[in-house]
Design a protein around this ligand. Structure first.
Ligand code: PEP
Length: 251
């Protein structure tokens, strides 16, 4: 099945508003014909980024969301706030959120539901630690992350979701999973989606790879059967690297 590739840059806690404006002005000339290109600036830069990319194909997405509608949750951002400034997609379950902010699969499940209830699309991240892979538990772990965090959605609710497989040991480390490991896990994930939601959706859902994707390895990774693009951390902060990765997905 021909799925349109997606490349999403996760800026994490990087770039001031000024730096973000500068980056976006350069990014605007990027050719994105056959690729869905997204950037995820920090919350302070979101609105400006949306205004700057208003007439562009490049989408500005959020890095996080809270699962409550509103109230006494200091420092948090609601679905309604994001929607109100024009955000349409949110990353949920990034390993840094899991690790440093104790976001468990059941918390993530609430976030996913809140996003979907507010018509926000979700990029749901999953991935194993190195010790889990070394113990041979990585398939079971991924299965549980999906089951508890994402698979509570109904068939109708899950339609706009993208899954990002990001082995934690490959994030920001310069270590990439090898092509065999990537394809094997993506195929496994697609099979789980098929078992739960049927073949139609399993063929349609996009599964991104994340973990030290760089210009040098992007083309190889994106050519794997079950890889539909990438979630890019470090390399998304450099305009020329990010452009090269987008072009690698362009085919
Ligand atoms: C990420 O944080 O989602 C990521 C994949 O980071 P990096 O590309 O830097 O490994």
């Amino acid at each position: 099945m021909n799925r349109k590739k997606m490349v999403a840059g996760n800026w994490k806690m990087n770039m001031t508003n000024d730096e973000s404006v500068n980056f976006i002005n350069q990014l605007k000339s990027t050719l994105v014909k056959n690729v869905d290109v997204k950037i995820a600036p920090s919350f302070t830069n979101l609105y400006n980024a949306i205004l700057l990319l208003d007439s562009s194909e490049i989408e500005v997405i959020a890095q996080n969301i809270h699962y409550e509608d509103k109230g006494a949750f200091t420092g948090e951002i609601s679905a309604e706030m994001l929607k109100n400034i024009g955000v349409k997609t949110v990353i949920i379950g990034h390993s840094e959120r899991r690790k440093y902010f104790n976001e468990t699969d059941s918390i993530l499940s609430k976030k996913v539901k809140k996003a979907v209830d507010n018509s926000l699309k979700v990029i749901f991240c999953i991935g194993e630690e190195l010790s889990e892979r070394e113990n041979g538990n990585h398939f079971e772990l991924i299965k549980n992350q999906l089951k508890t965090g994402l698979f509570n959605l109904s068939e109708q609710e899950i339609q706009n979701t993208v899954i990002a497989y990001e082995p934690v040991w490959a994030i920001g480390t310069g270590k990439t999973a090898n092509n065999h490991q990537i394809q094997e896990m993506h195929e496994f994930i697609r099979q789980l989606v098929k078992d739960k939601y049927g073949i139609g959706f399993s063929e349609k859902i996009r599964i991104l790879y994340g973990g030290s994707v760089k210009p040098i390895n992007a083309k190889d990774i994106f050519s794997l059967d079950d890889v539909d693009g990438g979630l890019i951390g470090g390399a998304s902060l450099n305009i020329s690297d990010f452009n090269s990765i987008v072009q690698a997905a362009n085919g």
